[in-house]
Write a protein that binds this ligand. Structure first.
Ligand SMILES: *Cc1c(COP(=O)(O)O)cnc(C)c1O
Length: 375
């Protein structure tokens, strides 16, 4: 991804560059890996922070025909983004069927994911009231214990196939708890439970794997894969080098650089005490931009070939870094530095902040000047 300079927008304190070409390349790689199964794109949480309005048309143009979100409102935004490119694409909403909203799912051609017998009953009743057969996805819980039919509900449904009358089951789906831990036996157990459930239910397509699940092999692909994080460059195989391309970079401007003497302190709580003569640079990004406060005293920012340590607390709008080892020409007010990018990977920033790449991406701030490239 080309480096963005502040010349593009002299007012911008920070520039977020999203590489749509990399998102599409990641999807294409996964599509090829799961073929002949279909590859959807999970675009919940505003396409993991990258922006549904740009990511969805780019993926639809590349041929993606199934999009997955968590909430109904998100599904509407995906429908709007699909309208000019692929109006026939299908959109699922994982969060179930809110009471009384059945008609809105139909009016907007959004597939509800039915998570419990109450939702199945509501969808069946709605279909009967219209005298139609209505499509839905049904979620079977195989170990997450969040959403989906639990073992008792599965037994009940298997014993009462008439409860599915009027429902066109597009997919049976389940979701993996530990797919990113490749030696964890849980994935195999969930695979066994899912297969056993499918033998007891009316025949329909099935959907099993998230990003990491795809890398467990063909028998984990079923009919439809549901990658999210890998599309956006998070490593789906944490024990191996990242097979995906980076999709975002975040550059910000040094607002000020100052000299400090030993015993001076930096920032709120006087949390950093300067040990000797030091140069401290301030950047106009803070926790209000999703740059997590937990990175204070832990993270690094890439300045002229060096990972400069964040010192002191991260404030709402500002970060302070120690640039003592850098020359005046390397670290001066107005210079752009790299917060996320090839030298500060999302997964690295996440590890330093005690979190996962997903949280770094989905927290990406609304105040950044955003640039989309490669679309
Ligand atoms: C978020 C989500 C996914 C995508 O998971 P990744 O780990 O980001 O690939 C797939 N399926 C369900 C049900 C999800 O909630």
């Amino acid at each position: 991804m080309t480096r963005v300079t502040s010349d593009l927008n002299p007012r911008a304190g920070a520039i977020l560059t999203v590489d749509l070409g990399a998102v599409v390349a990641n999807w294409t790689q996964l599509r090829d890996r799961v073929a002949p199964a279909e590859c959807s794109a999970v675009v919940k949480a505003d396409a993991y922070g990258l922006g549904v309005a740009r990511v969805v048309p780019a993926l639809a143009t590349a041929g993606c025909r199934t999009f997955v979100v968590a909430q109904f409102e998100e599904a509407l935004a995906v429908r709007r983004a699909l309208e000019p490119v692929a109006p026939q694409a299908q959109v699922f909403s994982l969060g179930g069927l809110p009471v009384g909203c059945e008609g809105e799912f139909i009016a907007n051609r959004i597939l509800p994911v039915l998570n419990h017998l109450g939702e199945i009953a509501a969808w069946r009743a709605f279909a009967a009231s219209r005298g139609e057969v209505l499509p839905a996805v049904i979620h079977i819980d195989t170990g997450m214990n969040r959403l989906g039919l639990g073992p008792d509900e599965l037994d009940d449904l298997a014993g009462h196939p008439q409860w599915l009358e009027g429902i066109d089951v597009r997919y049976w789906m389940t979701h993996l708890a530990c797919a990113d831990e490749f030696d964890n036996p849980m994935t195999g157990e969930q695979l066994d439970r899912f297969r056993a459930a499918l033998t007891r239910l009316p025949k329909a397509k099935a959907s099993f794997a998230n990003s990491s699940g795809i890398f467990h092999g063909k028998d984990h692909h079923f009919d439809l894969a549901r990658p999210g994080c890998a599309l956006y460059g998070v490593n789906p195989t944490p024990h191996l080098p990242n097979p995906m391309r980076d999709t975002v970079r975040l550059d910000a401007k040094l607002l000020q650089v100052r000299n400090c003497d030993a015993s001076m302190t930096v920032g709120y709580g006087a949390a950093h005490k300067v040990a000797g003569p030091a140069r401290i640079a301030t950047i106009g990004v803070g926790y209000a931009d999703g740059y997590m406060r937990s990175l204070g005293g832990k993270g690094h920012i890439f300045v002229d070939g060096v990972a400069a340590p964040i010192v002191g607390r991260i404030s709402m709008d500002l970060i302070t870094i120690d640039v003592t080892g850098l020359s005046e020409s390397a670290a001066h007010a107005g210079r752009m530095v790299e917060l996320i990018g090839p030298n500060r990977l999302v997964d690295t920033v996440a590890a330093e902040g005690g979190t996962i790449g997903y949280e770094i991406l989905t927290s990406l701030g609304r105040r950044y000047h955003r640039i989309y490239v490669g679309g």
